[in-house]
Design a binder for this molecule. Structure first.
Ligand SMILES: C[S@@+](CC[C@H](N)C(=O)[O-])C[C@H]1O[C@@H](n2cnc3c(N)ncnc32)[C@H](O)[C@@H]1O
Length: 397
């Protein structure tokens, strides 16, 4: 996601209105009641789960505007149709190699990526048999339906929404842009030579972090992440215990084809550098970065960067080949962003100038070009993937 203003401009901080305040109070009460039932402590991943996904209350389950203009953050497909056009070019290559197939998109946000991918595949004469969307948010599902109804009404019969990962085998492509960063993470602390789990307690001042001795399994995981890095006492960070089981569950039905993951993150050795001693957890509220995950439960997004080494391990564990890992900039260049730009702009010079500007935001190192990565998992698919051909960063994992 991209944030335009981090609060340093001297503008007033955005404040919730009365309705939002009321909603945050309900979310707080719901989480506090669970903490009290659990004798005063819940894990951070449970807190994140409730703040983001509690039915009817969590950030993704209730009606917060979330993405795009007037929302909390902007993602690559929200910023430019070029992103979806390039993803479509990569999908076309895969569908051509398979002869035909379907697409499953996980966590489709406002539906922008789905619309742009379908339009791109239509231009390429490579429409998928089905385009399925697995979405946990009822509110976003309604936005996707409205957007796709306007953008690709003639393709409606190919699009379907599903509530759980497909049970029946299919060949094709699975896409997920900025979904992994929304999976709940567990927080830990190195203290006095031992491992502590940083959970959540509650009191009159709201929620606060509460350490307690880590379980043997968590201590073993922390040792693995530290792997020789000299973490100082007081080092705090997080990891995502659901990454492997969740990715296995959502990709399990893919027979032949590829899974394309896009997100912000790093290989493990860079993620857990000693100097990154507060982890990568961040929240987004109305285009601002907020560091405190307890500030507005239910109103702000809570995210953590993706450990791409862990994602590669999850892929290998699920029986996929990790066929590519590169930056978003190189993925877009490798899929022919310049040609996509010409095709989208046509003879419209103003549109061409706008697209060039958007391409800079997607590709410049100081914007989204390097922080965001693309990873491909493949199964029974031979040809190399264009999006990963220009720069292979797998040796950094
Ligand atoms: C940050 S948004 C990204 C949306 C979109 N992919 C984009 O790039 O604009 C995260 C999306 O993932 C969805 N999501 C979060 N957790 C999910 C899960 N466990 N299964 C399916 N979708 C999920 C959210 O509802 C939302 O649509």
């Amino acid at each position: 996601m991209q944030i335009y203003d981090t609060g340093s401009s001297g503008q007033r901080e955005p404040e919730p209105d009365e309705n939002e305040d009321r909603h945050a109070a309900l979310v707080r009460a719901h989480i506090a009641a669970e903490i009290e039932r659990a004798d005063g402590w819940i894990s951070f991943d449970r807190y994140m789960d409730l703040a983001l996904y509690a039915p009817g209350l969590g950030y993704y389950s209730a009606g917060a505007h979330k993405l795009g203009a007037g929302g909390d953050f902007a993602t690559a497909p929200e910023i430019s149709a070029l992103f979806g056009a390039c993803v479509a070019r990569q999908c076309a290559e895969i569908l051509a190699a398979l002869d035909e197939g379907s697409i499953l998109e996980i966590g489709a946000g406002s539906g922008c990526l789905a619309g742009d991918v379908l339009l791109g595949l239509e231009r390429a004469g490579r429409l998928p048999r089905r385009y399925a969307i697995l979405e946990v948010s009822a509110d976003l599902r309604a936005r996707q339906q409205a957007h796709l109804g306007r953008c690709v009404p003639h393709l409606a019969s190919r699009i379907e929404w599903i509530d759980s990962p497909p049970a029946r085998r299919f060949d094709g492509v699975i896409l997920a842009n900025e979904v992994l960063d929304a999976l709940p993470v567990t927080r830990f602390l190195r203290s006095g030579g031992t491992w502590m789990e940083l959970g959540v307690g509650t009191g009159s001042g709201g929620f606060f972090p509460v350490p307690r001795p880590a379980s043997p399994a968590m201590a073993a995981q922390c040792e693995l992440l530290r792997a020789g890095a000299g973490w100082p006492d007081g080092y705090e960070s997080e990891y995502c215990p659901r990454l492997a089981p969740w990715t296995l569950a959502v990709t399990g039905a893919l027979g032949a084809g590829a899974v394309l993951w896009f997100d912000y993150g790093l290989p493990r050795a860079q993620y857990y550098l000693p100097e990154r001693n507060r982890g990568t957890l961040l929240c987004h509220y109305r285009q601002r970065v907020v560091e405190d995950p307890f500030l507005r439960p239910g109103l702000q997004d809570i995210t953590a960067w993706v450990d791409f080494t862990a994602l590669a391990e999850a892929g290998a564990g699920a029986g996929f080949e990790v066929s590519g890992y590169t930056t978003q900039a190189y993925f877009l260049a490798g899929t022919g962003v310049d040609e996509a730009m010409r095709s989208l702009a046509g003879a419209d010079l103003n549109r061409g100038a706008r697209l060039a500007n958007e391409a800079r935001r997607l590709m410049m190192p100081g914007e989204m070009g390097e922080r965001f990565k693309a990873m491909a998992w493949t199964r029974s698919l031979d040809p190399p993937l264009g999006g990963f051909a220009l720069r292979d960063l797998r040796h950094t994992l």
